[in-house]
Design a protein around this ligand. Structure first.
Ligand SMILES: Nc1ncnc2c1ncn2[C@@H]1O[C@H](COP(=O)(O)OP(=O)(O)O)[C@@H](O)[C@H]1O
Ligand SMILES: [Mg+2]
Length: 237
């Protein structure tokens, strides 16, 4: 069976600055795959190429038989590939419920709007308590929950998460990762980009390590957690 997502030999440059060098990865249906790497490694750039916010210099990105590099960002969302961007970006002057509704902007998602709101509120009870509160008054962790909840409003087939744990307390980080595992268990395939190597590999089926735009390691989450190179570079062991 072919993977749900296959990225092959992707090269990308911001102008003259060559950032991704032949990056390849696959995500199978039902998996959580995590892409880890230090700040500046090219993780967000990789995700933005998948969601078509950036255009690769060369290489292929195929999702469920569709060549994403030929599609518009909107068409990529219509196919079921949804990115929750780094840094949350909720609408601060709108309530939690209004933010969630904004997530179902594509036509096919509208009939299931109320059901998907209920799913998001069930996953994040904190959001239910604060459903009529303005998003700008939420804590960082609650805004991250809202950003993920909004991403679920189109019932994505592949959810792309860009550093959901950034800037959160250890307890909230655990809550967020446990919920990502639950979202996956409910049937959503996840590609997770993280600097929090330990927590993200803990919930991942497989992982990749990106180092200054090059893929240097891959393996099961467990194997990578035990890998000497990973331990030395990221886990401070
Ligand atoms: N808009 C941009 N213009 C030029 N260079 C950029 C831009 N965005 C990111 N970069 C550079 O590309 C590299 C990868 O960045 P990024 O993908 O954001 O890394 P990560 O998400 O792993 O921290 C970095 O060296 C960064 O400085
Ligand atoms: Mg980034």
């Amino acid at each position: 069976m072919s993977p749900l997502l296959e990225m092959k030999d992707l090269d990308f440059a911001y102008g003259d600055v060559h950032v991704l060098h032949g990056v390849s990865l696959t995500v199978d249906k039902g998996e959580i795959v995590t892409l880890v790497g230090s700040n500046g490694a090219g993780k967000s750039t990789t995700l933005r190429n998948i969601s078509r916010l950036l255009k690769p210099r060369s290489g292929a990105i195929v999702f469920d038989g569709h060549d994403l590099t030929r599609l518009s960002p909107h068409a990529v969302v219509e196919l079921g590939v949804v990115q929750v961007p780094e840094g949350r970006r909720v609408f601060p002057e709108m309530t939690v419920l209004e933010n969630l509704r904004m997530g179902s902007y594509i036509k096919s998602a509208r009939p299931d709007r109320e059901k998907n709101i209920e799913r998001a509120l069930a996953l994040f009870p904190r959001l239910r308590e604060r459903r009529n509160q303005l998003a700008g008054t939420l804590s960082g962790g609650e805004q991250q929950m809202l950003a993920i909840g909004r991403g679920l409003m189109t019932k994505p087939r592949l959810l792309l998460l860009d550093e959901p744990s950034l800037g959160l307390s250890p307890l909230l980080v655990k809550t967020i990762f446990d919920t990502i595992a639950e979202i996956n268990a409910q049937g959503t395939t996840v590609l997770l980009v993280e600097q929090n190597v330990f927590q993200s590999l803990r919930i991942a089926h497989r992982g990749y390590v990106l180092e200054t735009g090059r893929m240097v390691l891959s393996g099961s989450g467990q194997d990578l957690l035990g890998n000497e190179q990973v331990k030395a570079a990221f886990l401070g062991v």
